[in-house]
Every structure is written in structure tokens, then in C-alpha cells.
Design a protein around this ligand. Structure first.
Ligand SMILES: Cc1ncc(C[n+]2csc(CCOP(=O)(O)OP(=O)(O)O)c2C)c(N)n1
Length: 323
């Protein structure tokens, strides 16, 4: 490896493991509480749980600076938490409360954002994430700010034309852009293998002359190393990297999905390793338990704060509209 990027686990600062574990536990409790909230029919919209996929977002964001941009996908809680967003603001958006980061515009779907820390929102129309992130990467390149932009997407979304179109341009212009795929092998109820010509999304990178990296998405440390290398390449002016984290979607596409298309004998269920356990095995058991307990309390408090906040007024729909 030509540049100074950590790949030796023994050299990782122990506080990084602690931070990643605490954030992953927060994301997990956030999901648990939102799942319950959605089941009790208190949500206007759909909740798309990210349980099982937290290590990808948490390992990736731990390799970013605060000013780097993240455009997350529909299961994006862990990306926002990994970037340092307060859970109360995320709950506020989901529950349509004034304390949300958008003043409560989300209303059941993930539309939180906090540009100060580079959380730029969701590309809700699948495929819109690539030009949005490429635009941010181009702005960073033109301004010479040293920022990196991340386009986060699911395996199904690699079939969108914008994925391929932006990659031609981003690779040619060597934009500081990271394509980060969370490949859970499922597109709602379809298997990727039934609709994709390639087994790996990372294989597409070869066609555009950029590195395509496959990483164990259940392991935050492995993701962190892969992401650190991609960030260093972007900052050194070498252009985009495509990272594919192999992850497992533990729950339904949305909370309430009956999942008749899944079986307990599916390989992803049989081979499942909980990302909290994978990272927790590197910490001592008491530390891990204390981190889980304080994450649970903080997230519960944030949920209660959001529920106690006033509901957003419909007039906010006109706020932040450019034209
Ligand atoms: C253009 C467009 N088509 C369809 C949808 C509805 N939709 C939302 S999520 C989703 C599946 C996405 O699958 P994948 O990219 O693999 O991500 P995952 O849900 O597995 O995280 C679909 C079809 C949408 N949001 N945008």
C-alpha cells in the first residue's frame, strides 16, 4: 500500500473501538424503538429498519472527517449517528416534531439532515444519490477543500442508470467520491442473484478503471480500514473508489413486512453474525455492557424528548424551498 493508512488492527486506537461500539449500540436501540413505535401504528409512513447492517455505516463514518459529506440511503440512521447527529433530532423528523433537524418534515420517512456535520439527506428516489454526491464531490474539488463525498446505496440501486453515468464522469475527473454499497442481497422481496448479471457490485468498478473493494460488512473494523484507504485516495486526488460491504438485513424491508419470501434456512440467516458481537469481542465484556446500557438510556431519553415536543405545523412545507 502506497500511503499511510492503518491496516493493522493492533495499531488502532482503543478509543476508536469504543466510539464505534457506542454508536453502533445507539443505532441498534434507535431501530428497536422505532420498530416498536411503527408497530403500534404511530407512524405516518414506513420505517425501514437497518438492524444487522450497522457495522457498515459506523465503520465507514469513523473514517470520515466532520466536514465530509454523506448522502445516505433509506436505512440511514446509523450513518447519521456515525456522523454525530443527535438521536433526538432524528426522532423529531421521523415523528413530525419541531425539534427535528428539518423541523419535522420527515414524518415517518428518513429525511433528516445536518449540513454542518456533512449529513446531507437521503436520495429517496433510488439513484438520485449518485449525482447529488458527485455534485458535492465536484464542489469540494473546485474549491480545494479536501472534503470527500459518500454516496451510500443498496445493491438493488446499483442497477440505476445514474450509478453508471456518474461513475464515468467521476472516474474521469477523479472526483473525491466514494460509492459505498451495502449489499444485503435483497431488493424488497427479490434476491439480487435473480436480477443481477454480477454476483458482486464491486465488479462494476473494473469497467470504470477505479478500485472495487469487497469488505465484510458485519465487521466495523474491516469496513473502517477499507474506507480509510478510499478516503486517502480521494484526498490524494486519485478519484473514486467503489466499496461493497456484504451485510445482512435482519428484519423486513419495512417494519411490518410479512417476509414470506424468507426462510430460517436462508444462508444469510444461518451465517448471521451480529455486528455488535463482532466488534464487542474486541472489548472487555464490562466495557461493552456499560456502553450498551448508556446507549439505551440516551436513545430512550431522545425518543421521549421527541414525543414531548410539539407537532410541526403544516406551513413548514414552504420553508427551505429554493424556487
Ligand atoms: C426510483 C425508485 N424506485 C422504487 C423505489 C421504491 N423502493 C424503495 S427501497 C427499494 C428497494 C431498494 O433495494 P436496495 O437498493 O437493495 O436497498 P435495500 O432496501 O436492500 O437497503 C425500492 C424498490 C424508490 N424509492 N425509488
Amino acid at each position: 500500500m502506497g500511503r499511510d493508512v492503518a491496516t493493522n488492527e493492533a495499531a488502532l486506537p482503543p478509543e476508536l473501538l469504543v466510539t464505534m461500539y457506542a454508536r453502533m449500540a445507539m443505532a441498534r436501540y434507535f431501530d428497536t424503538i422505532m420498530g416498536r413505535h411503527a408497530k403500534e401504528n404511530r407512524i405516518d409512513g414506513w420505517w425501514h429498519p437497518g438492524e444487522g447492517q450497522e457495522a457498515a455505516a459506523i465503520g465507514a463514518t469513523a473514517a470520515l472527517h466532520a466536514h465530509d459529506y454523506v448522502f445516505y440511503q433509506g436505512r440511514g440512521t446509523a450513518w447519521a449517528i456515525g456522523k454525530g447527529m443527535a438521536p433526538a433530532a432524528i426522532f423529531g423528523d421521523l415523528l413530525g416534531r419541531v425539534n427535528g433537524s428539518t423541523g419535522g418534515k420527515g414524518g415517518g420517512v428518513p429525511h433528516w439532515c445536518d449540513p454542518e456535520i456533512g449529513v446531507m439527506g437521503e436520495g429517496a428516489t433510488l439513484g438520485s444519490v449518485y449525482p447529488l454526491a458527485a455534485g458535492a464531490a465536484l464542489a469540494a474539488q473546485l474549491r480545494g477543500t479536501g472534503q470527500t463525498a459518500v454516496a451510500n446505496f443498496g445493491d438493488g440501486t446499483a442497477a440505476r442508470g445514474t450509478f453508471h453515468e456518474t461513475m464515468v464522469q467521476a472516474a474521469t475527473w477523479k472526483l473525491p467520491l466514494i460509492y459505498f454499497c451495502e449489499n444485503n442481497g435483497l431488493i424488497v422481496s427479490m434476491r439480487l442473484s435473480d436480477v443481477s448479471p454480477t454476483e458482486n457490485i464491486a465488479d462494476y468498478a473494473a469497467g470504470y478503471g477505479i478500485p472495487g473493494v469487497i469488505v465484510d460488512g458485519q465487521d466495523a473494523v474491516a469496513v473502517h480500514f477499507a474506507m480509510s484507504e478510499a478516503v486517502a485516495r480521494a484526498r490524494d486526488g486519485e478519484g473514486p473508489t467503489l466499496i461493497e460491504a456484504k451485510v445482512v438485513r435482519r428484519r423486513g424491508h419495512w417494519e411490518g413486512d410479512p417476509q414470506q419470501y424468507r426462510k430460517e434456512t436462508d444462508p444469510d440467516a444461518l451465517n448471521y453474525r451480529d455486528p455488535l458481537d463482532v466488534l464487542g469481542a474486541r472489548l472487555d465484556a464490562d466495557t461493552a455492557q456499560a456502553l450498551r446500557e448508556s446507549a439505551e438510556q440516551a436513545v430512550q431519553r431522545a425518543y421521549e424528548d421527541a414525543r414531548a415536543a410539539p407537532a410541526a405545523h403544516a406551513s413548514i412545507i414552504w420553508k427551505d424551498v429554493y424556487a
